[in-house]
Design a binder for this molecule. Sequence first.
Ligand SMILES: Cc1cc2nc3c(=O)[nH]c(=O)nc-3n(C[C@H](O)[C@H](O)[C@H](O)COP(=O)(O)OP(=O)(O)OC[C@H]3O[C@@H](n4cnc5c(N)ncnc54)[C@H](O)[C@@H]3O)c2cc1C
Ligand code: SF4
Length: 480
Amino acid sequence: MTEQLQADIKPGRLSNAEIEANFSDMHPPLERPEALIEADRCYFCFDAPCTTACPTGIDIPGFIQKIRSNNVKGSAYTILSENIMGGMCSRVCPTEVLCEEVCVRNTLEDQPVRIGLLQRYATDAVFQSELQLFQRRQDTGKRVAVVGGGPASLSCAHRLASLGHQVTVLNAAEKPGGLNEYGIAAYKTVNNFAQAEVDYILDIGGIEIRNGKSLGTDFSLADLRSKYDAVFLGFGMGGVNELGLDNDQVEGVVDAVEYIAALRQADSKAELPVGRKVLVIGGGMTAIDIAVQSKRLGAEEVTIAYRRGQEQMGASQMEQDFARTSGVVIHHWLAPDLLLLSGDRVSGVQFEYTRLDGDGTLKGSGERCELDADIVFKAIGQNVLWDAMGDTADSLELEHGRIAVDDNRKTSLPDVWAGGDCINGGEDLTVCAVQDGKLAALDIDRFLRQQSGRPDGSTGHAGFCRHQILFEQSPVLCHN
Ligand SMILES: Cc1cc2nc3c(=O)[nH]c(=O)nc-3n(C[C@H](O)[C@H](O)[C@H](O)COP(=O)(O)OP(=O)(O)OC[C@H]3O[C@@H](n4cnc5c(N)ncnc54)[C@H](O)[C@@H]3O)c2cc1C
Ligand code: SF4
């Protein structure tokens, strides 16, 4: 039986061509005529609820208007000056619960403006033309250490560098990009876009990146505080929550994030072993992503089991629909109770049905069911790996196991800021991490200028764009 089960986890369930088709661009980019038609649908609302809903506050009607008037690179500048990862966010943002949800055209009779695709249209033009829109201000002589190489850290590093500071990024992984490189579903970011975006960010200059360097192993927070003028922490959440069952560590129970990282780094996806019957436990974006990607690798039966109802799932309705249309079955109100074994491998999970009692507490109903599986993915959330970070946690104020910060993303230490998934209160989205990094950088800049007795220079983006005058005076040059 064990051999049979092991044989049921194998690579090459589909041909290379099938896998390539399954992992092609999920939302192909708009062609120019489509983009112009879509831009024309915008009402250019005075109060622009879409901008308010964007965590990075991009002037959405502003960038759409520039697409309409053929100033595509000016449009990209409007986007990237608020969100330097506007290219990645146009691919991965759950726009259906952010800007597009509140778009005034989002009515029963109409559809929201496809803001995400328009954002991609504008930012792709800049990447394709290899046009660097940003330049550094004069060197301030101040040095900032940035821990982590994900969206929060890279956004912080870019803003700091543009403001003239020298930035050293210390990143544990072999490649920069964080979950953009290792976590986002492969069909959302094709053609190595994550690395192209990192290259664009680093191209501004003033950022030294050191990969394979871990806080807690290679250096401590105290080391950084003594060597640099300020520190930003953006180390994300490296740990995955356990199921909390007696035999969690049994073979065949796999961390979904780890598997997705392997999938993202694989030279050939056809070589990844995939189960015939895949069971995913969780209800967020990671659960949807591992389920859909397993299906697209050739798994026959893929089931998500979530302990609460459809409305409580962390994954948006659109993501849930996407999973269903990809052939994934979603069961609600099931809490894992016991891992079923065949030999020393998992062969399924026994669940208890759940319900909410009068005061909203989740309760087991006493009824049980079993679902077969030859691989079980844990996707029930992540946590900060404090144990791997030496005494970092001792010197910082924490809330709910994450770093406590103020509105400017400053921690309880006067010279340390933090952002992204490792801080408390965020939404664990790429776009929120980018905003955290940006806000922290602006506050670090104020701090450093005050320290050196210089006037506050953090005045937004004036003097920030190489091509601003070009855009204003010679829009012809900025045509696509
Ligand atoms: C599977 C998955 C799919 C997702 N899909 C989406 C999506 O489609 N859309 C969306 O908006 N969001 C998505 N998210 C969430 C999004 O990826 C995160 O919110 C975002 O990446 C957080 O950015 P960050 O910079 O805080 O952390 P991360 O991206 O996790 O980056 C952390 C960085 O810190 C480094 N690091 C870790 N420990 C140390 C250390 N001790 N010392 C030095 N460096 C360290 C890591 O190597 C990494 O480079 C997804 C998350 C997961 C797990
Ligand atoms: S809410 Fe919709 S129509 Fe109004 S400005 Fe934003 S994208 Fe345009």
